[in-house]
Write a protein that binds this ligand. Structure first.
Ligand SMILES: O=C(O)CCC(=O)C(=O)O
Ligand SMILES: [Fe+2]
Length: 353
């Protein structure tokens, strides 16, 4: 095969493209008319801000708010989570600093291997590209396995800034505590027999992935997407960001997820949709680009033990509520997720009955 064949498998660096300041966008980023971002709809049922400290002290009105958030949006903003603002600030700062490093430094952590054409999950760069016609997102990413600790590939953990490792470790540990608390509540909302049933999926073999996202300023934000519509293959996802851009789909309309200082976005993942037999939905969300400033976010995905078979909980399946999802090993599901993302499909559709 000639050396320059399949060059399309190597995604351009979006940050560099943006810095070049050209007005025209490469056609690989331009979405079809149907996918073009439109202005979000205002909702008379705003996305709830849930105070987790009130929730854990047993406040019934806070529990009701969480229930309505999960049922109506699959997503909420968490405050009172106990993660110090300083740690959130440090996590944002090391992420921003990393993306500000010179390209050669960042490319030490590239997610391209084997003659630069093969894509591996972990590392810095763009998404897996499966075809020449695949429309690319207006963002650069950095994906790492953070837990279990023995699975960390420290060669891919930046040494610049030097505090990166320690801050990512502390941040993801605190978010895990948050996720576990929320999952106990989710189990109650769904009516699972065992309150710990979802938390138990995050056992010592369960994998936490962290994705750092950079959405550079875009001269033509109406022509691209920062992140195409998708749902997460996690049990639960926690997102840290400081700027608007995230939108969530509800009843066929896109809504802005507001930015509340100090709040974290918490969204259900596909695993909860399957285990709850569709009682709760894993929300489809996307990120729109903007022409004013870059946007940075940190998404922590708490996924089930790869060896686990994920399927609807038996107590949520009956004659009146037939089983709506098949069984799949979690590691197979996650593998399919990345292919599905590249094809602009949803992995969960593969297990729907
Ligand atoms: O950037 C964001 O706010 C969300 C990113 C996201 O949805 C993801 O990384 O899965
Ligand atoms: Fe997501």
């Amino acid at each position: 095969m000639a050396d320059d064949e399949q060059q399309w498998k190597i995604p351009p660096n979006v940050q560099e493209l943006a810095a070049a300041g050209r007005d025209e966008l490469p056609s690989r980023y331009v979405v079809c008319d149907h996918d073009r971002p439109t202005s979000a709809v205002a909702s008379d049922d705003p996305i709830p801000v849930v105070d987790l400290s009130r929730l854990s002290s047993g406040a019934a009105d806070e529990a009701a708010k969480l229930r309505s958030a999960l049922q109506n949006w699959g997503l909420f903003l968490a405050v009172g989570h106990g993660i110090e603002p300083a740690l959130l600030g440090e996590m944002m700062a090391v992420t921003t600093n990393f993306f500000n490093l010179p390209l050669e430094e960042k490319q030490k952590y590239t997610n391209l291997v084997g003659g630069k054409k093969e894509h591996q999950l972990q590392g810095y760069g763009g998404d897996m590209i499966l075809s020449e016609s695949q429309v690319l997102d207006w963002s650069d990413r950095f994906y790492l396995i953070v837990e279990p600790e023995p699975r960390r590939l420290y060669d891919l953990w930046p040494t610049q800034p030097p505090s990166f490792r320690d801050i990512l470790h502390r941040y993801s540990t605190r978010c895990r505590e948050l996720a576990e608390g929320v999952l106990r509540e989710v189990a109650k909302v769904v009516g699972l027999r065992e309150e710990g049933c979802l938390v138990d999926m995050l056992d010592e073999n369960a994998v936490t992935y962290v994705r750092l996202n950079l959405y550079p300023r875009c001269p033509r934000p109406e022509e691209v997407l920062g992140f195409r519509p998708h749902s997460d293959a996690s049990v639960l996802t926690v997102v840290l960001n400081k700027a608007a851009g995230l939108q969530v789909l509800r009843d066929g309309e896109w809504y802005d997820v507001p930015v509340v200082p100090g709040a974290l976005v918490v969204n259900l993942g596909d695993t909860v949709e399957v285990v709850s037999n569709g009682l709760l939905k894993s929300p489809v969300h996307k990120v729109v680009a903007n022409s004013e400033s870059k946007r940075v976010s940190v998404a922590a995905f708490y996924t089930a033990d790869p060896e686990r078979e994920v399927e609807p909980a038996p107590e949520l399946v009956s004659e009146e509520k037939p089983r709506r999802y098949g069984k799949m090993k979690n590691s197979d599901y996650i593998r399919k997720l990345h292919e599905s993302l590249a094809r602009r499909e949803r992995a969960i559709d593969r297990v729907k009955i």
